[in-house]
Design a protein around this ligand. Structure first.
Ligand code: FPP
Length: 227
């Protein structure tokens, strides 16, 4: 496939509605969402994508009921175990973008282990946006530069001090569930991204849906403000 994005970022939305539609608790939707994560990682690897950023938990998600937060953290812990085992077999690398504060120590430990164990892998890089907020990320970059004594900050300086400076800007951002907004996701990196919105709820996302997004992306001509 030609004109393939190197980096795809996904706002995985609609777990709650998927569960509601089936009269199931919201957590059942998140569990099925975790399965969709695995499917999507495999599909992205198969299509030859280099970077996949997944919005797993935003800084705003802490305002959800404590039960749901606990359930999500528990699920994340378990998924990180599965992921670390899979990554070893399939040569994925795991990175995390976000702030460490507020995350439970158990989750932090598993993140550190997964990142460390997969650091040398050369296949797809999966970047989990976890406790992530784009405005916070930009403020964090600026504060890091100020602490270094910088007084005149360039765009390159900011790009180099984001959470994962080694991850290129995403060419394609996907949001599922019919919502069409960025919700504090990759505000800096999205300057020239193509957007793809689908009504499909995240737990129903799969290789075929990813293929549709890639087809749409390949159709678009990217001009970067030129003609
Ligand atoms: C949005 O659905 C999804 C989230 C807030 C969390 C994303 C989590 C997952 C995909 C599952 C776990 C992921 C990992 C990596 C373990 P929503 O709850 O906002 O759905 P709604 O808008 O329909 O209520």
């Amino acid at each position: 496939m030609n004109n393939l994005p190197k980096h795809i970022a996904i706002i995985m939305d609609g777990n709650g509605r998927w569960a509601n539609n089936r009269h199931l608790p919201r957590l059942a939707g998140h569990r099925e969402g975790a399965n969709a994560v695995q499917r999507t990682i495999e599909a992205a690897q198969k299509f030859g994508i280099k970077f996949l950023t997944l919005y797993a938990f935003s800084t705003e998600n802490w305002s959800r009921p404590q039960d749901e937060i606990n359930g999500l953290m528990d699920l994340l812990s378990k998924t990180l175990d599965t992921y670390t085992a899979q990554a070893k077999k399939k040569n994925y690398r795991l990175l995390v973008s976000g702030a460490r504060d507020k995350l439970p120590p158990a989750v932090l430990g598993k993140i550190d282990k997964a990142v460390q164990i997969t650091a040398q892998n050369t296949g797809l890089t999966v970047n989990l946006a976890l406790n992530y907020g784009a405005r916070q990320e930009i403020v964090h970059a600026v504060n890091t530069l100020l602490a270094q004594g910088k007084t005149n900050i360039s765009m390159e300086d900011i790009s180099a001090h984001l959470y994962q400076p080694g991850v290129p800007d995403p060419e394609l951002i996907i949001r599922t569930s019919g919502e069409e907004r960025l919700s504090n996701f990759l505000l800096w990196q999205a300057a020239y991204s193509e957007f793809y919105f689908t009504p499909v709820l995240w737990p129903d996302f799969n290789a075929e849906e990813l293929q549709k997004a890639l087809n749409e992306y390949a159709r678009r001509t990217r001009r970067f403000g030129g003609i």
